[in-house]
Design a protein around this ligand. Sequence first.
Ligand SMILES: [Ca+2]
Ligand SMILES: [Ca+2]
Length: 339
Amino acid sequence: AQLKGLQKSQILPTEDYEEAMEMIEISQMDIFNLLDHNQDGQLQLKEVLTHTRLGNGRWMTPQSIREMYAAVKADPDGNGVLSLEEFKQLNIRDFHKYMGSQKVKMSDLVRNSQHTWLYQGEGAHQVMRSIRQRVMRLTRLPPEIVEHSEPLQVVRYDQGGHYHAHMDSGPVFPETACSHTKLITNESAPFETSCRYVTVLFYLNNVTGGGETIFPIADNRTYEEMSLIQNDVDLRDTRKNCDKGNLRVKPQQGTAVFWYNYLSDGEGWVGDLDEYSLHGGCLVTRGTKWIANNWINVDPNKRRQLQFQQEMARYAKEGDEAQNEWTVDKSYSNVHVEL
Ligand SMILES: [Ca+2]
Ligand SMILES: [Ca+2]
């Protein structure tokens, strides 16, 4: 990975933000309804915080939201919640202007790390092949599924690095396409996700301080998105609240954690997203942290997955270099997967 060179996993937001946001055609009323999770006609702080996209890659905290309210005079009665009336008075342009004007540091982002992708397919270095084969044995998944999954992602977190809690894959609706099967099955869906059925996370070194993998709500009895944020404690915040999560795994060189991001559909295939798989990388307080991720991609739509596998087998047989290259490198070289 060092030889190949690593790229920033997330780049600082650009000034294009304001422009880009103005392109989105969505009414203020629609935004309000979307944010008002409990439908009480008020926007509580946590309802705004839950929609991480509003931050344009910047991690929002209760503090940063309050600062924003103050800057754009969003909450004139000062009760900490936005009524529909207050929200209507708000000039969304001021909000975008404010967001665009903020000086953002790497530590303010959702993710502060560097990564690269390493090829594991036919002809790859023996170490890379052996990792793939071990993943096959560990997960007991068919070789044709594992072989056609994403390459190995190697990630470096320097001191001060983190990755706030997230899911490795997205929910799948009938109108959602999977990144890996999209081109081959000719889907033109409005939504796309990476359909990562399984995550195998390898720890490549011992970290001097911090850098644990946190699963904030693992083994909770019930899942409630809004209960992730209580008062000013956001359990997803891996710079501040890793000590409050349910399961914390300390990096140990040569070990790995493995989990499913989706439940079973009860019929031997991939079902709904498992929301308990929410996880993040805690702040590295000392030293450097190196990990690698193997994701196993499975389309919850079985027909599309089988079609994809058939096509891939056909390409391999024809020895179509161009296609092979596309599947292993091109589609991942610039992909930033925000989940
Ligand atoms: Ca509300
Ligand atoms: Ca108010």
